[in-house]
Write a protein that binds this ligand. Sequence first.
Ligand SMILES: [Mg+2]
Length: 410
Amino acid sequence: MSASQIPAAAVATGDDVPTLLVKIFGKDRPGITAGLFDTLAAFAVDVIDIEQIVTRGRITLCALVTAPVGGGATEGGLRATVHSWAESMHLQTEIISGLGDNRPRGVGRSHVTVLGHPLTAESTAAIAARITDTGGNIDRIFRLAKYPVTAVEFAVSGTDTEKLRTTLATESAALGVDVAVVAAGLQRRAQRLVVMDVDSTLIQDEVIELFAAHAGCEAEVAEVTTRAMRGELDFEESLHERVALLAGLDASVVEKVRAEVRLTPGARTLIRTLKRLGFQVGVVSGGFTQVTDDLRERLGLDFASANTLEIVDGKLTGRVTGEIVDREGKARLLRRFAAEAGVPLAQTVAIGDGANDLDMLNAAGLGVAFNAKPLVREAAHTAVNVPFLDTVLYLLGVTREEVEAANTHE
Ligand SMILES: [Mg+2]
């Protein structure tokens, strides 16, 4: 069919074409959508847009259709028929005449995910106001999850993603809610690589402390940690000092430490769901391969890298072998894993809690500070401040329903 043969009604999205917005609201039950369109079908109108949502048993259905043309069908007739059908169904209805399709969405599109525990009206108002301040328009809002936190997503257009991210990061810290801003587009659905820190991120423990407890040198290890946090030692120096305290420890302790490791709530759900989405998942740790190799095996991870405790004649020597995984090392490994996974760096997500995760969080497409110290939180793209690792899925636009569906078909 050539363009000139396309019937007038088929090119109905022109700005000058009369259109009707039909809005239905009321108690939801089977047959409402079919009933409305069956009623409209008698007027031979075309559908330009439909949006429907059910909230606590109430349906809101909006249909944008062409106004009836010719054949004895009139707008007045359509209005009367739709109103009488709605009345018979105990539904409220509103029909608004106008021209053309919806106003096109502005350029610069982003997804803003808000995690609240709880999500208050006050924080919702503040987030919406800040979006408006950046010149952005909220086109859609929907709930991603109600468990373990309330997560809602705003589809925003008409403003720069980076600007929105900066504005909302400041606001979210003040409000005590977690907000992630990501650019909309196909890349959101593309293959991804998620790389996590281990200590206090994937697991609730600090592995060096578990070893120290067996060596009876917890206090000494803690003292080195404190000096490192004060900036008196860099990560590598503190690693060597702390590992030296473990010299002479029996290698059988490795098994005990592996058994003591406690996964962070939601860790299994996060990894299982990511794997089902076809994503690749890795860990990088300033801790030890003696633990991360076991985690890789148990959790089905694609990548794992850490420092290796040297063991000679069944005893820890107090030294580490191989390439040191420190702050720069973690970022380097993220890049290496991404190259091996065939995933562009922009498609990577890094999650971590410590200062030595910062380079990795900044190198990733999306860096998530997980229950991190203020310094790390402020420097990362986004922060999660609830102790559930699976909430990271909501930042990627995955809904709780999808999470549960992915986890019930074992
Ligand atoms: Mg950590």
